[in-house]
Design a protein around this ligand. Structure first.
Ligand SMILES: [Zn+2]
Length: 340
């Protein structure tokens, strides 16, 4: 009986010495400790030994050998486990391995301009507001002092929807909603997408981006408007920009202006881009019409303010020297990849 154990011990010793990886160690575990192992079967067979003392001794030796095998296998298995992890790190996670650049997307040029403007205006204390793109006639026109049948409606070709609503032609709807919600004083900008029913060419698109701004407080004058616009243009074009105001008619402001900037290409001497005038038309602005205040329950005797509208798409065209507006919505990667 004792010989049997010695044989098992001897065979295990050889097999154990040859187990040079985790798989082989696991196999030995089944081979020597499993229910079909020689040792297990042997331990079951000692029941037939009549001498109780002998039975006890052999039983004890079987258990000692079992524990010994178990411990040796466990130790080796941990050792190989660690080795495997080390190897996998060596092969899969080489920190010195060069990283191939991923094909990441980039920010759309209009969005770039929008983010830049948002930073400038929030720096001056303005809040950013949003509004719906599908709007009612009231918020898009009436509340902005453009009643039904007003000729100013003709200047904004509108997409009318079957449900009597429309796709907003300007982001001014956000201004009206903000005035209703927050009252005065108020400092907001409203960037977003607008829609016009237009035939498309190099300078016209059916959907484009605008950003309107509104400041309402006591004793606001045109000087505040000019000052704010100068800061804005200096930040955008990264240099001092000369501006001029021309009278302009917009029903929601009084007085209303067209703000022009001195042509950045010819410096005011006259060129093809500015049609030899030396100036480029940039944005409509003006002092908010008292009727607009009244519609939104703000007292025009206490408060006044200025409003302006910036074409984000047009600004992006000027900043990046893009001659055709249709590139922006084209989804053409050759165009978009230039703005990384
Ligand atoms: Zn010019």
């Amino acid at each position: 009986m004792k010989n049997k154990l010695d044989t098992i011990k001897e065979t295990f010793k050889n097999d154990f010495a040859n187990a040079d990886n985790l798989n082989k160690v696991k196999k030995l575990e089944i081979q020597y400790l499993g229910k079909k192992s020689e040792l297990y079967l042997f331990s079951r067979s000692i029941g037939s030994i009549k001498d109780i003392e002998e039975k006890k001794i052999i039983g004890k030796e079987i258990n000692i050998l079992k524990t010994e095998i178990k411990n040796l296998l466990k130790e080796k298995s941990i050792q190989y486990d660690k080795q495997d992890i080390k190897n996998s790190i060596k092969h899969d996670f080489d920190i010195t391995y060069p990283v191939f650049p991923k094909n990441n997307g980039s920010i759309h040029p209009v969005k770039m301009i929008q983010q830049q403007l948002e930073t400038i205006f929030t720096g001056m204390g303005f809040s950013i507001v949003n509004g719906p793109e599908m709007e009612t006639d009231y918020y898009n026109f009436q509340a902005l002092n453009i009643p039904e049948h007003h000729p100013a409606r003709d200047t904004q070709d509108t997409f009318w929807l079957d449900n009597d609503m429309l796709l907003r032609t300007q982001t001014s709807n956000c201004q009206v909603r903000a005035m209703e919600k927050f009252g005065a004083p108020l400092k907001i900008i409203a960037p977003g997408k607008c829609f016009r029913y237009e035939s498309m060419d190099a300078s016209h698109e059916t959907s484009f981006y605008q950003m309107e701004g509104l400041l309402i407080d006591r004793n606001i004058s045109i000087r505040h408007l000019i000052g704010t616009m100068k800061v804005l243009l200096k930040e955008i074009f990264e240099r001092d920009v000369d501006i001029r105001l021309r009278p302009g008619y917009f029903p929601f402001v009084e007085p209303g202006f067209e703000l022009d900037i001195k042509c950045l290409i010819c410096g005011g001497k006259g060129c093809k881009t500015c049609k030899n005038s030396g100036y480029l038309e940039l944005l409509p602005c003006g002092m908010v019409h008292p009727n607009v205040f009244k519609m939104s329950k703000i007292d025009p005797d206490l408060y006044n303010g200025f409003a302006f509208g910036l074409g984000l798409t047009r600004l992006a065209m000027m900043k990046f020297n893009i001659h055709d507006i249709r590139y922006f919505n084209s989804g053409d990667l050759r165009f978009l990849k230039q703005f990384r």
